[in-house]
Design a protein around this ligand. Structure first.
Ligand SMILES: *Cc1c(COP(=O)(O)O)cnc(C)c1O
Length: 483
């Protein structure tokens, strides 16, 4: 590939007078436009020939890394392969051309898809009812917390101003609670990665509105004390929130509702087959247990007694949290995924994801530091290389992986360890891919000993190698400047 060629912007390929198109003859050339409406100067567009345009965009697209190009073991993100049939279904013009304001009688099929997915998620989560309105996991968290707020309000229980969040939680948990107006109380994790139940209990009071938990938690450990926690949380009048962004390991194995959770969200764009990363599109449906349905946001899709579907707004609901009914194409993909796997297929997802994660963990733990003993669920965390004398950090290992065509795992999260390297292979990878990844990770560990400079100066064969992270964060250049 020609580096010089494809590192240019399309404007930099421009030559005055060069054309890659021919417009039809202007049939309105004789029409005089008022002077105020006509362009004063030349239109500043790139002037490029067709092959240059095609090469420019083809090369640009090849610079993109995704699940479709390679292994993407990004912990806490569930970057699994998304079957192409779901894309085809989501792109169906009959569905794509629907208008959200169409009368319900003219889009019964779409409403049935919506309703069926609500039902399927309720069954999967062990909840009474789901809304598909929120657009992302964090948006679901906020909606869930607003639902909890509305519940306490309805009981005139005004004094609950705090939300308890474990220190291992995804950053969106405390952020959503803060956006919802709550003060955050942090709970410690034990050495085995699970929540310190004694610490949690000591922080419960009639000022606590909710406790947010992730299970399996962000280090891939199953929280075994949920029934005990649920009992204590409920005894103090608070509700238990389940962060189900990564429901993958639980699919077909266990249901949050059965464990005592009151409100939960699911990331359809992680567990239920929508390509994600780069900011969207997403969908973060939330579910509630029996007795909380009336606090869900509007609008709702309901099935009427005559078997038809309708969109309704209820008096006592939270109000709206989004335009229309959410990200419908993401919802279509999710339902296609659920229905094509069926309950039998779904029941294999969690166990296979856990098997793959444990397989990698087992084959690397003699070289990478495993701070929390397994077995893990869908993901696990190394605290960098065991041999700290080489000076090779988790960041260096992650960058060296790029040279071998792998996306880096999640690094420096969770914050429980200094050199966190969080690996989640998902259930969709073959043994050959896992073996190749293990081989490369082992090779990097050997290189760290024998030639640390090779690892520390990586990556060596990516289009961009060493951007200044701090400069990029502080002074991002997001507009095109004439050089
Ligand atoms: C991804 C994730 C979220 C947030 O989801 P977004 O769609 O990115 O807002 C929340 N919690 C956990 C555990 C996650 O992995």
């Amino acid at each position: 590939m020609n580096r010089d060629f494809y590192s240019k912007l399309i404007f930099e390929h421009s030559h005055p007078g060069r054309q890659g198109y021919s417009l039809p003859r202007n049939a309105f050339a004789h029409v005089e436009l008022p002077a105020g409406l006509t362009r004063q100067g030349a239109l500043d567009l790139p002037e490029v020939d067709e092959p240059t345009v095609v090469r420019h965009y083809t090369n640009s697209s090849n610079n993109n890394f995704g699940v479709d190009t390679g292994f993407y073991p990004l912990g806490s993100c569930t970057m699994k392969y998304n079957p192409k049939i779901n894309e085809e279904i989501a792109a169906d013009p009959v569905m794509a051309r629907l208008h959200p304001l169409q009368p319900a009688s003219t889009c019964q099929g779409a409403l049935e898809i919506y309703y069926t997915l609500q039902q399927a998620l309720s069954e999967i989560g062990g909840m009474s009812e789901f809304t598909l309105n929120p657009f992302a996991g964090a948006h679901g968290e906020l909606t869930g917390l607003m639902t909890i707020h509305a519940y306490h309000d309805s009981r005139e229980d005004w004094g609950r101003t705090k939300v308890i969040v474990p220190d291992s939680a995804h950053g969106t948990n405390p952020a959503s609670a803060a956006v919802c107006g709550y003060q955050i109380i942090e709970v410690k994790s034990l050495a085995d990665g699970t929540v310190d139940v004694a610490d949690l209990k000591s922080k419960l009071s009639d000022e606590v509105a909710a406790v947010m938990m992730t299970n399996p938690n962000t280090v891939g450990m199953f929280e075994k004390s949920i029934p005990e926690i649920a009992e204590a949380v409920h005894a103090c009048g608070a509700l238990l929130y389940y962060d189900g962004a990564n429901l993958n390991p639980m699919l077909g194995v266990a249901r949050p509702g059965d464990m005592g959770f009151d409100v939960m969200h699911i990331n359809l764009h992680k567990t239920f087959s929508t390509p994600h990363g780069g900011g969207g599109p997403g969908s973060g449906p939330i579910g509630v247990r029996k007795g909380l349905e009336q606090f869900l946001p509007n609008p709702r899709v309901v099935k009427l007694a005559d078997g038809t579907f309708d969109v309704v707004c209820e008096e006592s609901a939270l109000g709206r949290v989004s335009m229309w009914l959410g990200n419908f194409t993401v919802e279509m993909r999710a339902l296609a995924y659920i229905m094509s796997l069926g309950s039998e297929g779904l029941m294999k997802v969690g166990p296979l994801a856990a098997l793959n994660a444990n397989y990698i963990m087992h084959h690397l733990r003699d070289l990478y530091l495993l701070p929390i003993e397994g077995p893990c669920k869908h993901e696990f965390v190394f605290d960098g290389l065991i041999d700290k004398s080489t000076g090779v950090t988790t960041l260096n290992v992650a960058k060296r992986l790029l040279d071998f065509g792998f996306h880096a795992p999640t690094i420096y999260f969770p914050l429980l360890f200094h050199e966190s390297l969080m690996i989640e292979p998902t259930e969709t990878e073959t043994k050959e891919t896992l073996d190749r990844f293990i081989e490369v990770m082992r090779q990097i560990a050997v290189e760290a000993k024998e030639n640390p400079e090779l690892v520390n100066s990586a990556p060596h064969n990516t289009p961009i190698a060493h951007p200044d992270d701090t400069e990029a964060a502080l002074h991002p250049v997001v507009t095109y400047k004439e050089l």
